[in-house]
Structure formats: structure tokens, C-alpha cells
Ligand binder design. Structure first.
Ligand SMILES: Cc1cc2nc3c(=O)[nH]c(=O)nc-3n(C[C@H](O)[C@H](O)[C@H](O)COP(=O)(O)OP(=O)(O)OC[C@H]3O[C@@H](n4cnc5c(N)ncnc54)[C@H](O)[C@@H]3O)c2cc1C
Ligand code: SF4
Length: 445
């Protein structure tokens, strides 16, 4: 289950660490990953509009899910303000607006959390598993908990994985020439921390002391909302499973704030429904008729902000707690810092400023509070880098200490940027997979 918001990162993101001396430099730039964004966008099916914005590169999009008339109105008014730098665009989403082989386009029901019988949004079930099965070379091993990457200190290579069957509780070792860890940021890190400890007490990939450190997320839940006057004779088609997006505008194009990096907004406009009448505790025909009519238009947006890497934000193996299979769990120690605190003021106030500039009434700001993990975009605990002394992975996602092990989920990220990250994980994974196949053919692995 995911929200399906899918955005490319730009060189503003890949260059930021190096430019500002934060964390480690990404070992890749946008040009390295751009063809792989193309590849995964075509496969997954991302709908979106071409906008020509340097901070949010365009991609291989299906037609966008259009803005509704409330959003169009405010987007149009906003164009005349802030030098046109703040723009409301259709949310780029992994929901199909055109069919792909074996999948039907989205029916605008906004029920994706139930799973989609049409394959209308990108998921393992609709997309990657069928593609893998079609190769005829997929073996699916359910109930398998990988508990360790097996490592041979003589060849300096991983030899396979140890698997605990969640049902029978039997252990099996599988051998492999290459291993991809894509168990999600925290679980891949957990696996590395538990592996090859006879060689590195801190785990496989820990020789730099970066493994488990620099845990990051997107901080959010700050923004503003208000009421749009008019348009009371207008409604919208179906239930669109996305909203609008306002790409980052802070600390770009000459703008300079007291914090580093920036944020983007996800939001939407809609008409209030019958539930607005519940608080009135009314009764009778007039009350019923009023509740049956759409209410006024409201519009709002929540910012998703970049979080800086900080080595003190880390995960370790908790030696005191175990799960139901007797496996130790992760201990997580992570907090936001001063940069995020300063950014949150703008995240709240900038939305209000834009809405007011566009004539929205009764504008209210909010900061609903945030702690790491709420953003569900955890990243960074096995970061890529240029130097094995300060990073866990090289530019092709290979563990420096064991080049036949690839980590391509969010653990590999050297920074978070502010757009949602999963499209970037997918592109990095596809890129690393091609590299691994070629290296295997050249007998380098
Ligand atoms: C509610 C919600 C909304 C989201 N919305 C968005 C969004 O709009 N845009 C966006 O970009 N991202 C979004 N995300 C984040 C996105 O879902 C994740 O970034 C993405 O799923 C990560 O993919 P992954 O393959 O790395 O990990 P996962 O999707 O978590 O897959 C990891 C798999 O590995 C398995 N696994 C874990 N440990 C082991 C083990 N030891 N042995 C064997 N198997 C194991 C797990 O069971 C799982 O199947 C959202 C997340 C949530 C929860
Ligand atoms: S809105 Fe409905 S039809 Fe569209 S992708 Fe989601 S579940 Fe499928």
C-alpha cells in the first residue's frame, strides 16, 4: 500500500550535499539515473503533466489526472504572483490513465487502499510479479524470513542467504552469485547489521562506521487550508486518486533562507459533503435537503520537507528485545534538528501566503507535529558514496565490503530531497540490476 505520488529528483538534489558540505556527496548525478527514470516510468505507468521545471524534471508520462476546477482557478491566479515560481500542477501518480499490457486504466474510484482489480495503479501484484513470472525464471518463496547474508572471508564475497521459514521455523541456506537486498530501508539495514559479524563486529558493510547511521525521513504535517468563494454550480468527475503538487521553490533560483534545502506541497480542492452537517445536530426536511447538497469549496496543502543526514540518527540491533521468531529487533534513535524546525515555519506560512494571494478566504495554518517515521519515507542507513571510508555502497549500490551484495532500497540514499522517494529507489534498482547482469557476464562478480 502506498500513496503512489511519483516524482523525479533533480541535480539540485544530487548536488546539494557536495555544494553545502553536508553528509557525503552522491556518487551519481541526474544524468546517471535519467534513463532509468524513463525505464521505470514506462513500466509502472506514471500519469503527469510536462511542466519544464528544472527542480522537478519531466518524465515519460501518461496523460495527467487533471486539476479540478477549484484547483484550476487557484493555480491560474497564483501564476500572477511570486514571479511564477510557485506553481500548482497535477500530482504525478502511479495510476494509469491509459491501459498497459495486462492492466486497465484507473476508474477514478479513489479506492486504491483496497487493492485494484483493474491493475490501475502500480503495485507488485499488478506489475512487477507478472513481469517476473513471464520470464519463466521466477521462484517465489513465501513465508521466508532472511535472517543473515552468508559471507566467505576468504573470497571476500557473500555466498548466499540464510532463511527462516515463518511457519515451520526451519532454516535453509540458499547460495547465490549475486544478492540484492530490497527488504526496505530498515530491514535491509537490520540484515546487514546481523551479517558477517565474525569479520566486522558491526555487520556487513560497517567498515566505514556509516552502517545504521544517518536515518532520515520526510517531515510533514504543516501547511494551510481555506475556502474558495464561488464555483457553487461546479463539481468534479469521479474520485480522482491524486491531488495537486506544488514543487519546491525555497533556496532555489536566488532565494535564500535561514535553513538549507526545501519542501513541496501535496494538496487538493474539493467540495464539502454531507458530513459537514453532522456537527449541527439538525433534524427535519430542510436539514436533510441542505445535507444532500454539496457544500462550499475548500482547498489546502501539506508540505513534505527535506531532512538532513545526521550520523547521530541511527539504528542498532536491540540486544534486549526479540520478535516472535526469537530474532532481535532494531533499536531506533532519531530526531529532527534545527534545520527542520526552521523549515517548518515556512512550510506552514508559505501555503497560507499563496492561498491568500490567490483570493482564498478563511485561510488557516497548522502544524500538526511530526516525529521521525511518520513520513514513512525512511532512508539513509546504508548510504551510497564515493569513498569506502565514509559510505556503505558505491555508485552502483554494491556494498564496498562485498561487491556481490547490492542494496537498492531507501537505505542507499545519501540525502532525502523533498519529493517522494520510491520512484528513485525503483530507478536505482533497475540501474543496479543491469550493471549486475553485465558484471556477471564479464565474470567480474
Ligand atoms: C501509507 C503509505 C503511503 C506511501 N506513499 C508513498 C508515495 O505516495 N510515494 C512514494 O514515493 N512513497 C510512498 N510510500 C513509501 C513507499 O511505500 C516505500 O518507499 C516503498 O514501498 C519501499 O519499497 P521497498 O521495496 O524498498 O520496501 P517494501 O515495499 O517495504 O518491500 C520490502 C519487502 O521485503 C520484505 N522483507 C522485509 N524484511 C525481510 C526479510 N528479512 N526477509 C524476507 N523478506 C523481507 C517485506 O515483507 C516486503 O515485502 C508510502 C508508504 C506508506 C506506508
Ligand atoms: S482508484 Fe480504483 S480503479 Fe483507480 S487505481 Fe485506485 S483502485 Fe484502481
Amino acid at each position: 500500500m502506498w500513496g503512489r505520488q511519483s516524482y523525479r529528483w533533480s541535480d539540485f538534489d544530487f548536488e546539494a550535499n557536495a555544494r553545502e558540505g553536508i553528509g557525503v556527496d552522491w556518487p551519481i548525478r541526474y544524468a546517471d539515473i535519467a534513463p532509468w527514470y524513463d525505464h521505470v516510468e514506462r513500466h509502472a505507468g506514471i500519469s503527469g503533466s510536462l511542466e519544464g521545471m528544472a527542480q522537478l524534471p519531466d518524465g515519460q508520462f501518461q496523460p495527467p489526472m487533471p486539476l479540478n476546477c477549484g484547483e484550476e482557478l487557484i493555480a491560474g491566479r497564483l501564476k500572477g504572483h511570486f514571479d511564477g515560481r510557485r506553481r500548482i500542477i497535477p500530482g504525478r501518480t502511479a495510476n494509469l490513465t491509459q491501459p498497459l499490457p495486462g492492466r486497465t486504466q484507473c476508474q477514478f474510484r479513489n479506492a486504491c487502499w483496497l487493492g485494484c482489480p483493474f491493475g490501475g495503479y502500480f503495485s507488485t501484484q499488478s506489475s512487477t510479479l507478472p513481469a517476473a513470472m513471464a520470464t519463466g525464471r521466477l521462484t517465489l518463496r513465501p513465508f521466508a524470513i532472511v535472517t543473515e547474508v552468508l559471507y566467505d572471508r576468504n573470497t571476500k564475497r557473500a555466498t548466499g542467504v540464510r532463511v527462516l521459514d515463518a511457519v515451520t521455523e526451519q532454516t535453509t541456506d540458499y547460495t547465490a552469485r549475486i544478492i540484492f537486498l530490497c527488504a526496505s530501508t530498515l530491514n535491509s539495514t537490520w540484515l546487514l547489521l546481523r551479517s558477517a559479524t565474525d569479520v566486522w563486529p558491526g555487520g556487513l558493510g560497517s567498515s566505514s562506521n556509516a552502517l545504521g547511521r544517518n536515518l532520515m525521513d520526510h517531515h510533514f504535517r504543516a501547511g494551510a487550508s481555506g475556502t474558495i468563494e464561488g464555483l457553487t454550480d461546479k463539481y468534479y468527475y469521479g474520485r480522482r486518486p491524486t491531488g495537486f503538487y506544488i514543487p519546491r521553490f525555497r533556496n532555489l533560483f536566488g532565494d535564500k533562507r535561514e535553513y538549507l534545502r526545501g519542501f513541496g506541497y501535496q494538496g487538493g480542492a474539493s467540495r464539502q459533503g454531507w458530513s459537514r452537517a453532522v456537527a449541527e445536530l439538525g433534524v427535519g426536511g430542510a436539514f436533510k435537503d441542505a445535507a444532500a447538497q454539496p457544500g462550499p469549496w475548500t482547498i489546502g496543502g501539506t508540505a513534505f520537507g527535506e531532512m538532513l543526514p545526521n550520523p547521530a540518527n541511527r539504528v542498532t540491533i536491540d540486544t534486549t528485545k526479540k520478535d516472535k521468531w526469537g530474532l532481535p529487533v532494531l533499536a531506533i534513535d532519531c530526531a529532527t534538528g534545527e534545520n527542520e524546525r526552521l523549515m517548518r515555519k515556512d512550510m506552514m506560512n508559505d501555503m497560507a501566503e499563496m492561498l491568500e494571494a490567490a483570493g482564498v478566504k478563511d485561510v488557516r495554518t497548522y502544524d500538526g507535529g511530526y516525529w521521525p517515521g511518520m513520513g514513512i519515507h525512511e532512508m539513509g542507513t546504508a548510504r551510497m558514496g564515493r569513498d569506502p571510508k565514509t559510505s556503505v555502497l558505491n555508485s552502483h549500490n554494491q556494498v564496498w565490503d562485498a561487491p556481490n551484495v547490492f542494496v537498492t532500497d531507501g537505505a542507499c540514499m545519501a540525502s532525502t530531497a523533498c519529493p517522494n522517494p520510491s520512484l528513485t529507489y525503483m530507478a536505482l534498482t533497475a540501474r543496479a540490476a543491469e550493471f549486475a547482469v553485465n558484471e556477471l557476464k564479464r565474470r567480474n562478480l
